[in-house]
Design a protein around this ligand. Structure first.
Ligand code: UD1
Ligand code: CA
Length: 460
């Protein structure tokens, strides 16, 4: 099938009360429009037309460096005169032999499977509408059927009479047409309706009057066809989407403390016997191994966590690889480029950045380790800082196997601590320490015997 998708995204989205276009507002960490474009692309369409108008420059800018940049045919609708008018703007670029699928940029959760079924149905007569039976039809176009159950029209809420308002089968807005029929019908639309707009939905009555059967498929999943008009709807859709994902995850074998307190914004791959406490956020692409326990209030962004790891409460990890049997947190911040090798341990109030922490090495308390490479079995004492930045350039700290760094040490990079070196507490290390040596770089202690403390001076 030669498929062309038209995505409508020119509307103003007034009810969002926002300075950015509605379709760029994120759902599950990604703009609503990107969800729709991803679903469209999954159908391998010949062309993907995107109709924008309100703040179209911001939408263009957003996709300029994306994988969609060479896929999209940008269509400008400078005045928003209705859904029918929006499709008219794309029509000249559509091949006559195509099957045209119309999607809305503000209906983000539509699934490719549902769209394929609709396209198959549309191939029968040349026209099919995706409908939904709902107990909350308010605001949506109602499907009008005759006594033979044939679809004869769609009536918008604002144009509907009381009897029509009681109908609970609604138009999701998603439709598929043979291009030649669509083009003919677009030419026959008018603006004789409550909103003075060219309604795409009027193609239904036109098709019926011309003896073309209007087919339909249904979806039972409200979320999938839920449009977002304001931020409350966005929040509610986000919540119900997240609940769906965490329930799926629980069914797949992950222990979840509370399915209502887990957010997955992107792709998550999970092993067996994982346990997730409350308020965990997964962003981007994350991969979690077997027997991993994650405590409350943890944020993981693009991380890979190996088997048998524990991530304790309130830790934040971004672009980090954690190998097997590691412990992190509570209150750890692992920044991009951190690699924890097997059995490494990061304790509370530790920040790392671009740091390789070798097998079995420990940074247990209150430290900053950046631009550093630690060998195996290293022990970093509390309050150790790698001074990696001179205000202009960054330098590397190299710590070889078995090094012991005493507490409150400043390691002024570039510097190398040799194998099994020991650093005395409170040192400021500015030059390399050879293998096995003890380095102490602090002022010597002086004891003054018989020292008399000052006494309080009496005033009148
Ligand atoms: C539309 C349908 C309604 C359906 C509902 C489902 C029409 C006339 N009505 O109503 O039957 O139940 O969707 O959500 O089609 N857009 C443009 N240019 C325009 C107008 C709209 O690109 O000139 C885009 C909007 O950005 C949006 C989509 O089309 O993505 C739908 O427009 P909207 O105004 O939200 O239509 P509804 O009133 O919700
Ligand atoms: Ca809408």
């Amino acid at each position: 099938m030669h498929i062309e998708v038209v995505v409508l995204a020119a509307g103003k989205g007034t009810r969002m009360h926002s300075d950015i276009p509605k379709v760029l507002h994120p759902l599950a960490g990604k703009p609503m429009l990107t969800h729709v474009l991803d679903a469209a692309r999954a159908l391998s369409p010949q062309k993907l037309h995107l109709v924008t108008g309100f703040q179209s420059d911001l939408v263009k800018q957003h996709y300029a460096n994306s994988s969609f940049v060479n896929t999209l045919n940008w269509v400008e609708q400078s005045q928003q005169l209705g859904t029918g008018h929006a499709v008219m703007q794309a029509a000249p670029a559509i091949d006559d032999g195509a099957m045209v699928l119309v999607l809305y940029g503000d209906v983000p959760l539509i699934k490719p499977k549902t769209l394929s079924a609709l396209l198959t149905k549309a191939a029968q007569s040349g026209f099919a509408v995706l409908t939904l039976v709902t107990d909350k039809p308010a605001g949506l176009g109602r499907m009008i059927r005759n006594k033979n159950q044939q679809i004869i029209a769609i009536v918008e809420e604002k144009d509907a009479n009381r009897e029509q308002l009681a109908i609970n089968e609604v138009n999701t807005g998603i439709m598929a047409f043979k291009a030649d029929l669509l083009k003919t019908w677009l030419g026959q639309l008018n603006t004789n309706n409550a909103q003075g707009e060219y309604y795409l939905t009027d193609t239904v009555a036109i098709a019926y009057s011309q003896g073309i059967e209007v087919c339909n498929t249904q979806t039972l999943d409200n979320n999938e066809v839920q449009g977002v008009n304001d931020r409350l709807q966005l929040t509610e859709l986000e919540r119900s989407y997240q609940l769906g994902r965490s329930r799926e995850l629980a069914k797949s074998g992950v222990t979840i403390a509370d399915t209502a307190r887990l957010d997955i914004r992107g792709d998550l791959q999970t092993g067996r016997d994982i346990s997730l406490d409350i308020n965990i956020i997964f962003e981007g692409t994350n991969k979690i191994g077997n027997r991993v326990t994650i405590g409350p209030n943890v944020v993981l962004i693009n991380c890979e966590i190996g088997d048998d790891c524990e991530i304790h409460a309130n830790s934040h990890l971004e672009n980090v690889v954690v190998q097997n049997k590691c412990t992190v947190g509570p209150f750890a911040r692992l920044r991009p480029g951190t690699l924890l090798k097997t059995g490494a341990k990061i304790g509370n109030f530790v920040e790392t950045k671009k740091a390789i922490v070798g097998t079995g090495s420990k940074i247990n308390h209150l430290s900053y380790v950046g631009d550093a490479e630690l060998g195996a079995q290293v022990n970093i004492g509390a309050g150790t800082i790698t001074c990696n930045y001179d205000g202009v350039n960054k330098f590397k700290t190299t710590i070889k196997d078995g090094v012991f760094v005493g507490s409150n040490t400043a390691l002024v990079a570039p510097v190398t601590l040799g194998v099994n070196a020991t650093i005395g507490a409170g040192s400021v290390i500015t030059t390399d320490v050879p293998d096995q040596d003890l380095a102490v770089a602090r002022s010597k202690q002086k004891n003054i015997s018989g020292w008399k403390r000052p006494v309080k001076i009496k005033t009148e």
